[in-house]
Design a protein around this ligand. Structure first.
Ligand code: ZN
Length: 271
């Protein structure tokens, strides 16, 4: 790891919320969902860090500065590389039980060996095997955390990955992770679209019922409103009509599909 404190962009969005941003395209240009948004939610006695980023520069000292005397709780929204490679800096990580195995061992990023970007030397120094956090704890939907005057509840949202989670807070905020954001979408096989759509329907209903107005995605623009969820639902439904226009995208072992919305591009897994 290098020592560049200027690397992350840190914004205080409100008293109880910092956003720590990192550009992921610096690892490989095929990743265009810049920036990655990590969220630091501050309660009276506990702070919740959502995701740990690419693991290229030290994140923990920045987090420690921001949280003061609060206890730190670290949660991974899911196990895609750009959300978990900083785990090694932290003693203890929470993740949904469906993906706990993946972050309990060294994380293989050898698919970056051919990246044209020099920064991957950081991974090469570790033989492209990035170590895990010391302790992995599991989560399931419905688990809650008291942060002190602020509560966070885990919602299991399978689709983008089997253990993807979103978090809803008692401040009427919904942290949507990679389950919903504007940008390139990484989708499972076409046969598994019903699960993706079920998850989005569930979140749309939740937003209506609980009058959630602020959505905080893990990539690009934040906050969004619930139109993000309906836009994405409609976009994924429409893939059926665009299926014949698909082209192969080998790096992701996926089919690439473009609609003309300007909001999304889709990579549908072939595997
Ligand atoms: Zn992801």
């Amino acid at each position: 790891m290098s020592n560049n404190k200027q690397y992350f962009k840190i914004s205080k969005h409100k008293d109880s919320l910092f956003v720590i941003q990192e550009n992921i395209s610096i690892v490989h240009p095929v990743y265009t969902n810049d920036p990655l948004n990590m969220y630091l939610i501050l309660g009276a006695h506990t702070a919740l860090l959502l995701d740990t980023g690419c693991g290229l520069y030290p994140l923990k000292p920045i987090v420690d500065d921001l949280i003061g005397k609060r206890k730190l709780l670290v949660i991974n929204t899911h196990t895609h590389w750009d959300h978990v490679l900083g785990n090694v800096e932290f003693e203890e990580i929470y993740i949904h039980e469906n993906e706990a195995d993946i972050v309990s061992k060294h994380y293989d990023v050898s698919y970056f060996k051919d990246s044209p970007n020099k920064i991957v030397n950081c991974y090469a120094e570790q033989n492209f095997l990035i170590p895990p956090a010391k302790t992995i704890d599991t989560l399931k939907g419905g688990d809650t955390f008291d942060l002190g005057g602020l509560e966070a509840e885990i919602i299991h949202c399978p689709g983008h990955s089997p253990g993807s989670i979103c978090i809803i807070t008692s401040n009427s905020e919904l942290f949507t992770s990679d389950v919903a954001y504007y940008g390139d979408q990484f989708l499972p096989k076409r046969e598994d679209f019903p699960q993706v759509l079920d998850t989005l329907s569930k979140l749309i209903k939740l937003c209506e019922k609980q009058k959630i107005i602020e959505l905080y995605p893990s990539h690009r623009k934040y906050p969004c409103d619930k139109t993000l969820l309906t836009d994405l639902y409609d976009g994924i439904k429409n893939i059926e009509n665009l299926w014949e226009s698909k082209i192969p995208f080998d790096f992701f072992h996926a089919w690439e599909i473009n609609d003309d919305s300007g909001k999304f591009r889709y990579f549908v897994s072939k595997m």
